[in-house]
Ligand binder design. Structure first.
Ligand code: C2O
Ligand code: CU
Ligand code: CU
Length: 516
C-alpha cells in the first residue's frame, strides 16, 4: 500500500522545476540519492468488463505534486486504464474520440481481425466513435494498447494515449504468481513539459532522424514515483511506451530479477537476470523478490547507461541535415567526418532538448517498508511453448530499414496508406528477415502475428533470454539482421509492419501486408 506520509513536499510546484539545467543532466551515474520528495506510485485503474466504452479526451492531470500538465488519455489519469481480458472471452469496445484530432486504438500484440486492429486508415475524427469486437485468443501475457493514427501516433502516445492490456488464462492461474495487489504496472516514457503545462513534441531536424527524447522519465504518467513494498515477491509488468528510448532495466543494488514473460506471454523457462533491455513497444514480465532486503532499505529501478552499437554515419546518410555546432550523441561513431558534417548530430543538445539515448535514468524508487510472512514465489515450470519449425516456412522475405537524407524507409519506400507492399498466403508460415542498414536503432513490430526469433547476425550477433518466447517487437541495433518465423494463420486482412520508434513510424517507416 502507498504510504503518503513518506511524501514530504519541499515547497510545492516550484521545487520540481519545470526546466532542469543541463548540468543536472550531465552526470549519468548516481543521479539518485534517497529522497522523501517523490510522487506516490500511480496505478492506473483496471477495467475488466467484456463491454467497454473508452472515451479519449484532453484534460488536466498532475504529473508530480502540484505540477499540472495537459494529458490526452482515456479516463481521468495521465495514461489510459489497464484492461484485463480473459482468454476465450469476447471483448467489445466502443472507442469515442473526443480528442481535438483523428485517432484510433490499436491492441499491440493482440491477435485481432483486420477491422479490430486499429489500422490508421480506420482513424475517426473528433466526436466520432469506432466499435471493436474480437475474441481473446492470445496466450496470457502483458500486452498494451495505444493510439495509432498515421503521422500522429508519437504525439498521442506521448501525451497519454497508451495503457496496459493483460490477458489472463487458466495456465497462468496455475503458477501461483503474486496476487493482483502485488502486481505493478510499469509504463515507462520520457517527456518534456513546457512551462504552460503542455507536453512539448516538436522533433527538430536531428530528432527526426534519431528519435525524440524527453528530459524527464515518467512511470505510469508521473515523475519520480515512490513505492513502499513488503518483504516478498512482486510482479512488475513493464512496457516501454517511450517515443524512441531504449531501456536497460536494472536495480540499483544489481539484485537479480526473474523474467517470466516478454511480448507474447510466458517464456519457455524463467531467466534470472540483473539487467534487461526493453525497446519501445517491448514488454518485460518480471518477478522481483524483496524478501532479502532489510526493512527500511531503499532501492531504485532504473535504466542503466549503455552504448548503442553503431554503424558509421556516412556523408550520404546526413544529406539534408543542417550543420550546427554541438557534440555528437554518445556512441555515435563518426570516423572520418569533418567537424561541420558531424555537428548536425548534436542538435538536440544544442537546442537544450532531451537526455540522449543510452543515458542512465532513475525510474521507480522502492522502499522495503513492511516485513510480511508470505513466502516469496518459487520457480515452477512454465507452460510449454510450442516452437515453430523453420523447415515449414513456405517463403522468406527480407526488409531493409534505412534512415538517410531525412527519410525513414523499408525496402526503400515510405508508408502509403493504401499501397499493399507484401501479400502473404493465409495459413502459411514465413521467415522474415529484418536488416538495419542505418546508423540508428529500430525496434521492428509486426501486427497480426506473434513471431519466434531465429537468429541475429551483425552487431550484438546473438539472441537474449528476453527474446526466447513469442515476440511481436524485436530490437535491431545498427548493422544487425534478425530473422523471425511467423504463422499467418489467424485472420485474413490488411496489417502493418513498422518500426516502433514512433518518430520513424510517423515519418513512414511502415508498410502494409495483406494476408489473403
Ligand atoms: Cu504498438 Cu502498430 O503498434
Ligand atoms: Cu501493434
Ligand atoms: Cu526506426
Amino acid at each position: 500500500m502507498q504510504r503518503r506520509h513518506f511524501l514530504e513536499l519541499v515547497g510545492g510546484a516550484g521545487a520540481l522545476s519545470l526546466t532542469r539545467p543541463m548540468s543536472a543532466l550531465a552526470a549519468p551515474h548516481d543521479l539518485w540519492t534517497p529522497s522523501r520528495t517523490r510522487t506516490p506510485f500511480h496505478i492506473p485503474p483496471v477495467l475488466s468488463a467484456n463491454d467497454l466504452t473508452l472515451t479519449a479526451r484532453a484534460h488536466s492531470i498532475n504529473v508530480a505534486p502540484g505540477v499540472k500538465a495537459e494529458a490526452w488519455s482515456i479516463g481521468d489519469g495521465p495514461l489510459c486504464p489497464t484492461i484485463r481480458m480473459r482468454a476465450g472471452d469476447t471483448t467489445r469496445v466502443r472507442f469515442e474520440n473526443m480528442l481535438p484530432e483523428p485517432s484510433i486504438l490499436h491492441w499491440h500484440g493482440i491477435l485481432a481481425p483486420e477491422a479490430a486492429d486499429g489500422h490508421p486508415r480506420l482513424a475517426v475524427g473528433t466526436g466520432a466513435s469506432y466499435q471493436y469486437s474480437f475474441p481473446v485468443i492470445n496466450r496470457a501475457g502483458t500486452y498494451w494498447y495505444h493510439a495509432h493514427p498515421h503521422g500522429r501516433t508519437g504525439v498521442q502516445v506521448y501525451r497519454g494515449m497508451a495503457g496496459l492490456l493483460f490477458v489472463d488464462d487458466g495456465a497462468e492461474d496455475m503458477l501461483g504468481l503474486p496476487p493482483e495487489h502485488r502486481e505493478l504496472p510499469v509504463i515507462v516514457q520520457d517527456k518534456r513539459l513546457n512551462a504552460d503545462g503542455t507536453f512539448a513534441f516538436e522533433p527538430g531536424m536531428h530528432e527526426q532522424m534519431e528519435g525524440y527524447f524527453g528530459d524527464t522519465p515518467y512511470v505510469n504518467g508521473v515523475r519520480r514515483p515512490f513505492m513502499s513494498v513488503d518483504t516478498t515477491t512482486y510482479r512488475l509488468r513493464v512496457v516501454n511506451a517511450s517515443t524512441s528510448r531504449i531501456l536497460r532495466l536494472e536495480f540499483s543494488n544489481k539484485m537479480p530479477m526473474t523474467l517470466i514473460g516478454s511480448d507474447g506471454g510466458l517464456l519457455p523457462q524463467p531467466a534470472t537476470l540483473t539487467s534487461i533491455d526493453v525497446a519501445t513497444g517491448e514488454r518485460a514480465d518480471l518477478l522481483v523478490d524483496f524478501s532479502k532486503i532489510p526493512v527500511g532499505q531503499r532501492l531504485m529501478l532504473r535504466s542503466a547507461d549503455f552504448t548503442s552499437p553503431t554503424r558509421l554515419m556516412t556523408a550520404d546518410d546526413m544529406k539534408g541535415m543542417p550543420a550546427m555546432s554541438g557534440p555528437g550523441p554518445k556512441g555515435m561513431a563518426m570516423n572520418g567526418m569533418g567537424a561541420g558534417a558531424m555537428s548536425g548530430l548534436g542538435m538536440n543538445h544544442a537546442a537544450g532538448g532531451g537526455i540522449q539515448q543510452g543515458t542512465a535514468l532513475d525510474l521507480v524508487e522502492f522502499e522495503v517498508a513492511h516485513a510480511v510472512t508470505p513466502e516469496p514465489w518459487r520457480s515452477v515450470p512454465l507452460p510449454r511453448v510450442a516452437m515453430l519449425n523453420p523447415a515449414l516456412a513456405a517463403k522468406s522475405r527480407s526488409f531493409t530499414f534505412s534512415s538517410r537524407q531525412m527519410r525513414h524507409t523499408i525496402n526503400g519506400r515510405a508508408f502509403e496508406m493504401d499501397r499493399v507492399d507484401e501479400t502473404v498466403k493465409f495459413g502459411t508460415h514465413e521467415a522474415w528477415t529484418f536488416i538495419n542498414d542505418s546508423p540508428f536503432a529500430h525496434p521492428v513490430h509486426m501486427h497480426a502475428v506473434q513471431f519466434q526469433i531465429l537468429e541475429r547476425t551483425g552487431g550484438r550477433a546473438r539472441l537474449f533470454p528476453w527474446e526466447s518466447g513469442w515476440k511481436d517487437t524485436v530490437l535491431l541495433h545498427p548493422g544487425e539482421r534478425v530473422s523471425v518465423l511467423a504463422a499467418f494463420d489467424k485472420y485474413r486482412g490488411r496489417f502493418l509492419l513498422h518500426c516502433h520508434n514512433m518518430v520513424h513510424e510517423d515519418m513512414g517507416m511502415m508498410m502494409n501486408f495483406d494476408i489473403v
